[in-house]
Write a protein that binds this ligand. Structure first.
Ligand code: COA
Length: 191
């Protein structure tokens, strides 16, 4: 895989590598049960946030299992707004995208804009063929985001996960490189 050129700039956002200065802002939203509701573990302790920010700040993207994890900042609002991640999945040219925003950053289209930049990175610079997103069926905000990105609902796995004290049904959305490029072409003709 080629080196990833950072930061990535979009219409309103800057996606950059995390650094130690992001820790308190990261912890402020990852310590909330509301943020953790559809993420694998419980709300993070400060130590867990330290570990995660450290891992994100030092990410390498060299082999299957590695993540690109980028901090989201907005041009007109100071501070960390959230994060967006792209995982290199096992198999040939496969990826997975994920996202989390601080509560104050939601409802503005930032996650869609940041995730679109990650799809662009994945299908462009990194040459991936297929990118998926896996989510809890109850996570309607993430399902809407997948639809806004042009991702296709490919699978519904009933009671696939057991977390937060209950069974959860997993949805898998996906998009292929060709589909992404066609969508971009149409967008550029109808801005
Ligand atoms: C999932 C999550 C990132 C979605 O956040 P979000 O704010 O709904 O998504 P976006 O940033 O793309 O914003 C879209 C919303 O902003 C609105 N919006 C406002 N201005 C907009 C603009 N300029 N462009 C696009 N959308 C805009 C959209 O209409 C949409 O609102 P709606 O859902 O009421 O229709 C957020 O809920 C979250 O962080 N949840 C906790 C962590 C989590 O569950 N992560 C995913 C695990 S799978």
């Amino acid at each position: 895989m080629p080196d990833i050129r950072l930061p990535i700039r979009t219409k309103r956002l800057v996606l950059r590598r995390f650094d130690g200065g992001d820790l308190d802002a990261f912890h402020a939203y990852h310590s909330l049960p509301e943020t953790a509701r559809f993420l694998p573990g419980p709300a993070k302790t400060y130590t867990q946030s330290m570990e995660r920010v450290g891992r994100y700040a030092n990410f390498v993207f060299e082999k299957a299992g590695d993540w690109v994890a980028l901090a989201i900042e907005a041009d007109d609002e100071p501070g960390l707004q959230g994060e967006v991640v792209l995982k290199w999945l096992p198999g040939h040219l496969q990826g997975e995208v994920g996202w989390t925003l601080a509560p104050v950053a939601r409802g503005k289209g930032y996650a869609t804009e940041a995730a679109a930049a990650m799809l662009e990175l994945g299908f462009g610079e990194l040459g991936l063929h297929r990118i998926e997103a896996r989510l809890d069926e109850l996570n309607t905000a993430s399902a809407s985001l997948c639809c806004r990105l042009g991702m296709r609902l490919e699978a519904r796995h009933v009671d696939k996960w057991h977390y937060k004290g209950q069974w959860a049904t997993e949805l898998i959305y996906a998009i292929l490189a060709d589909e992404w490029h066609v969508g971009r072409e149409l967008d550029s003709r109808n801005p």
